[in-house]
Write a protein that binds this ligand. Structure first.
Ligand SMILES: [Zn+2]
Length: 394
């Protein structure tokens, strides 16, 4: 008899096991693909319940992969329509340990943002994959698309911002030298040297001893469609022994406060990296600004490193690394921007150097070298530098 109960028990367990396992399994119930206006594809994955997932990118060919734990697929893939999207194909397979692997074959390298939405009265749990045209973010590190070779070969634009001016003299050295005067000289030298290079153009935010506000300086960079922005300053400190040059990029804190400003003042900030933000909702605006700012800070750090390395060839450095701070003039979310403290005007030796014509020219030459190196690494879309890089990689 005992044997009979044992057999019954085993039979029941065998019958129940798959059901018990099934009860904990999640279900992918639908895939919805929407082509949003303005170069944006959204893929919505509808799930029965909250899921653990991870995503990663694969290149050559471009793919976006999403692994969802303990999930089964109930979606027939042949009804999906990819027309006018960045997706060429979607493949689904079961990976290890009941992990559902979804592979999006992409038509281009795109920027992606993954988010989740909680269930509401209309839909269950959702994973959102937002794909943005790569060109939106012109400063990202990925190689420029081959097609860019045909988009013309415009000059790169360097906006140079000599600090202070007019009623604002900036720092003043022990010898009576004003920051506003030496930084204008260095900026003028830099402009001249940049303009002597083929395929490069430099614009100054001020050409005279006049006052302009920090926000005006940002506006001048936008108006001139700056590819990069270089602010030139000289430091001062109460201890006259402080000396040497340093380079700053924007800090994350500065970036997030600027993002808030862009979201609040929609009328003033309606264009980002050549893309109109006018018709975009808050969510998409914030995604675009965020993507752009992150990419821009990484480019600014690279630009800063290139410039700092070259200045360090002949000048003493205050910091060996690119520093980050919330300087207002560095806040353009789509223009890689650095601030160069060319030396300590409060230090007698630095003051003398900064006031010397030969030293000013040398500084400008070092900055130019850094800029050129940067443009070769991250050529802005549509420029001669980008076309040359595309040809090299062809
Ligand atoms: Zn200054």
């Amino acid at each position: 008899m005992a044997r009979f109960y044992k057999a019954c028990f085993i039979f029941l367990m065998v019958m129940l096991l798959p059901k018990m396992a099934f009860a904990s399994v999640n279900l992918l119930s639908d895939i919805r693909i929407g082509k949003q206006p303005q170069s944006h594809t959204r893929v919505v994955l509808d799930l029965a319940k909250t899921a653990d997932y991870r995503t990663f990118r694969l290149h050559n060919p471009e793919r976006l992969v999403i692994d969802i734990s303990d999930t089964e697929n109930k979606v027939p893939l042949n009804h999906l329509n990819y027309r006018d999207t960045y997706i060429k194909d979607i493949r689904i397979g079961e990976h290890k340990n009941h992990t559902l692997r979804i592979v999006l074959d992409l038509a281009y390298p795109v920027n992606s943002k993954i988010s989740t939405l909680k269930a509401n009265s209309l839909y269950g749990e959702r994973i959102l994959l937002d794909l943005y045209k790569h060109v939106v973010i012109t400063t990202l590190s990925q190689p420029v698309m081959r097609a860019d070779a045909n988009q013309g070969e415009r000059d790169v634009v360097v906006v140079i911002d000599p600090g202070h001016g007019g009623k604002d003299p900036g720092a003043t050295g022990p010898g009576g030298i004003h920051e506003k005067d030496v930084v204008l000289k260095i900026a003028e030298d830099l402009q001249k040297q940049v303009n002597q290079q083929p395929h490069m153009k430099a614009v100054l935010t001020r050409r005279h001893d006049n006052y302009i506000s920090l926000r005006q300086r940002l506006a001048i960079a936008r108006k001139n469609k700056a590819d990069i922005f270089i602010a030139i300053h000289a430091d001062a400190f109460k201890e006259s022994s402080s000396h040497g040059a340093s380079v700053y990029a924007l800090s994350l804190r500065g970036a997030s406060s600027e993002q808030a400003r862009w979201l609040a003042e929609k009328e003033n900030y309606s264009e980002l990296g050549g893309v109109s933000l006018h018709d975009k909702g808050n969510m998409l605006r914030s995604v675009l600004i965020d993507l752009s700012q992150t990419a821009t800070i990484s480019s600014s750090l690279l630009l800063g490193k290139d410039v700092l390395t070259n200045i360090g060839q002949f000048s003493r450095l205050h910091y060996r690394k690119v520093e980050q701070a919330a300087f207002v003039v560095l806040k353009s979310p789509d223009i890689p921007s650095i601030l160069i403290e060319t030396g300590f005007i409060s230090n007698p030796r630095d003051e003398k150097n900064l006031n010397s014509t030969a030293y000013q020219k040398k500084l400008a030459a070092a900055i130019l070298k850094g800029i050129e190196h940067y443009f070769n690494q991250r050529p802005p879309v549509g420029t001669y530098f980008a076309a040359r890089q595309a040809k090299r990689h062809a």
